[in-house]
Design a binder for this molecule. Structure first.
Ligand code: SF4
Ligand code: SF4
Length: 115
């Protein structure tokens, strides 16, 4: 699969995303497994208004990459989740969630919920 040109975007499309109960558990595990200093540094990073609370602006990538929600994994490749920088990659049918979402990451669930 061809990659999206994400380097340099600085989290442009990383805003509040819907999450499932299962995904919240996976993120919690990931956050708790981080060394304390690293976790604190990520939490305290200044971010643009509306940017996902887990976006790592210093490294210009997702701060919880291996634990990111499903919607973040499929973004850019489905017709209803296209990236404006490379819309031609959005060739798959509209994406629909397989599991029920329980809220929005960065809005309903913030750093305090993952400690
Ligand atoms: S998916 Fe698109 S908008 Fe989002 S970071 Fe990648 S290139 Fe940028
Ligand atoms: S979890 Fe990661 S990939 Fe998903 S919106 Fe947040 S920073 Fe972006």
């Amino acid at each position: 699969m061809e990659n999206l040109p994400c380097k340099g975007c600085r989290g442009l499309c990383c805003g509040p995303v819907p999450v499932t109960e299962r995904e919240l558990k996976i993120i919690k595990k990931k956050i708790r497994s981080m060394p304390h200093k690293q976790r604190l540094a990520l939490e305290k990073q200044p971010r643009f208004y509306g940017t996902c609370i887990f976006y790592d602006l210093e490294k210009d990538r997702c701060g919880i990459y291996s634990a990111r929600p499903e919607i973040c994994r499929v973004f850019g490749y489905h017709k209803n989740l296209s990236c404006f920088r490379k819309p031609e990659l959005a060739t798959k049918d509209n994406w629909t969630a397989k599991e029920k979402h329980v809220g929005i990451l960065s809005q309903d669930f913030t750093w305090k919920d993952f400690k």
